[in-house]
Design a protein around this ligand. Structure first.
Ligand code: DGP
Length: 113
């Protein structure tokens, strides 16, 4: 997608603090961290949101969770972490390319879930 900021990060047109990449998934640190550790795990295929997961693209979404588990070890998140996906306007999704926030490094509290 030409005007998608995450597609531009994936192609390397926009720099990022990348912590992981394979053929299907990239992970990089969030530009506006909301916890001491805050990175985004993003499938390389442009899927707009969790509402658009299908049988054709769900393997890339599954790979995201495999990568989250790997990065939890790499980033030493043994004290726990939270995975968040914002889907759509009411949920506060600002970048329309599906992504999973991983937050850690402090007690995150019990609001919402
Ligand atoms: P969401 O609100 O769930 O769509 O989260 C989008 C996140 O993406 C937000 O926490 C800030 C982050 N973000 C937006 N633009 C950039 C960027 O250019 N680089 C990086 N590293 N993060 C970005």
């Amino acid at each position: 997608m030409e005007d998608c900021i995450f597609c531009k990060i994936i192609s390397g047109d926009i720099p990022s603090d990348k912590i992981y990449e394979d053929d299907k998934v990239i992970a990089f640190r969030d530009i506006h961290p909301q916890a001491p550790v805050h990175f985004l795990v993003v499938p390389k295929t442009h899927v707009k949101s969790a509402a658009e997961i299908t049988a054709e693209n769900s393997d890339e979404v599954a790979r995201c969770f495999e990568v989250i588990s790997k990065l939890a070890k790499q980033e030493k998140l043994g004290d726990g972490f939270r995975v968040i996906n914002n889907c759509g306007e009411n949920a506060g999704q600002t970048v329309p390319h599906i992504h999973f926030h991983v937050l850690a490094g402090r007690a995150l509290g019990g609001t919402l879930v």
